[in-house]
Design a protein around this ligand. Structure first.
Ligand SMILES: Nc1ncnc2c1ncn2[C@@H]1O[C@H](COP(=O)(O)OP(=O)(O)OP(=O)(O)O)[C@@H](O)[C@H]1O
Ligand SMILES: [Mg+2]
Length: 251
């Protein structure tokens, strides 16, 4: 099951990706392939790990070794072992940013190769993406089983979410199911926001509460496995149970 988490900067994509990894592991659903697809990579911090290299590094390696006679696939296999971080229940990959301005084509090509060759070994693949969804075209990610679009409880943030959804449509990315999460909710959602969700068919949507404890864990650079806000975790567990575990993926 391929799941991507996207949305505007700072809405909580990385935290939600890390929590998803934690929750799936708690249900014995490893090994999970976790891909930090944000050029501003930092998912390793809440996962409590370091990493050695990025897919963008492989692109550079391929350029410099192109004439060495080794096939592209062999270089890819060798380098893949160097940049993947293997943990007990999940493996971690970082896309990285391309050298020079703009084009993600080469990085995307390598990601596609990696997904084609290796993703079969994992019941779940999780992408921490970014609002532009550059990495997640139909060409790279193929088909997504679930696209989680995250927003804060404000109309400006929801407008961005709507744009991200339209971008997903335009990239031709096949998304089997959408889930909209309004994160950092204090109290009830305002009627304006509810109205916006229904009018724009941003359904189904679920909310996650603002958690002081979560903010502290993150700001202290601690990992998500040390986060214990029972109220928040209970809500998160329901999302995972209803939207992910129910739809299969793995054992
Ligand atoms: N439910 C929540 N309650 C309190 N704080 C939260 C919650 N969710 C996220 N945050 C805080 O919001 C900030 C941004 O979270 P995070 O880095 O996960 O967002 P992001 O969307 O990945 O951002 P970026 O676009 O920079 O990658 C962090 O300080 C995090 O602790
Ligand atoms: Mg992030």
């Amino acid at each position: 099951m391929k799941i991507a988490i996207a949305g505007k900067g700072g809405v909580g994509k990385t935290i939600i990706s890390a929590l998803l990894v934690r929750e799936l592991i708690e249900h014995g659903k490893g090994p999970i392939l976790v891909i930090d697809a944000d050029p501003n990579a930092n998912l390793n911090i809440p996962l409590g790990i370091d990493y050695n290299g990025t897919i963008a590094d492989i692109v550079e390696e391929l350029k410099t070794r192109a004439r060495s006679g080794i096939s592209k696939v062999d270089i890819l296999k060798m380098e893949f072992q160097n940049i993947i971080t293997e943990e007990e229940n999940f493996d971690f990959l970082v896309m990285g940013a391309p050298e020079g301005p703009g084009c993600y084509c080469a990085v995307n090509d390598i990601l596609r190769e990696i997904l084609n060759q290796f993703s079969r070994n994992y019941p779940y693949v999780i992408f921490d993406a970014e609002a532009g969804l550059e990495h997640l075209s139909r060409k790279t990610a193929g088909e997504l089983d679930l696209l989680i679009l995250v927003s804060e409880p404000s109309l400006s943030s929801l407008h961005t979410l709507l744009r991200a959804k339209n971008i997903a449509d335009k990239t031709g990315l096949t998304v089997k199911e959408f889930l909209h999460i309004i994160n950092k909710v204090r109290g009830e959602l305002s009627p304006d926001i509810l109205d916006f969700m229904f009018k724009n068919q941003l359904l189904p949507f679920l909310t996650l509460p603002f958690s002081e404890n979560l903010l502290e864990v993150y700001e202290r650079g601690e990992n998500i496995f040390e986060f214990w806000d029972g109220n928040f975790l209970k809500k998160f567990a329901i999302i995972v149970k209803e939207k992910i575990l129910k739809n299969g993926g793995g054992k």
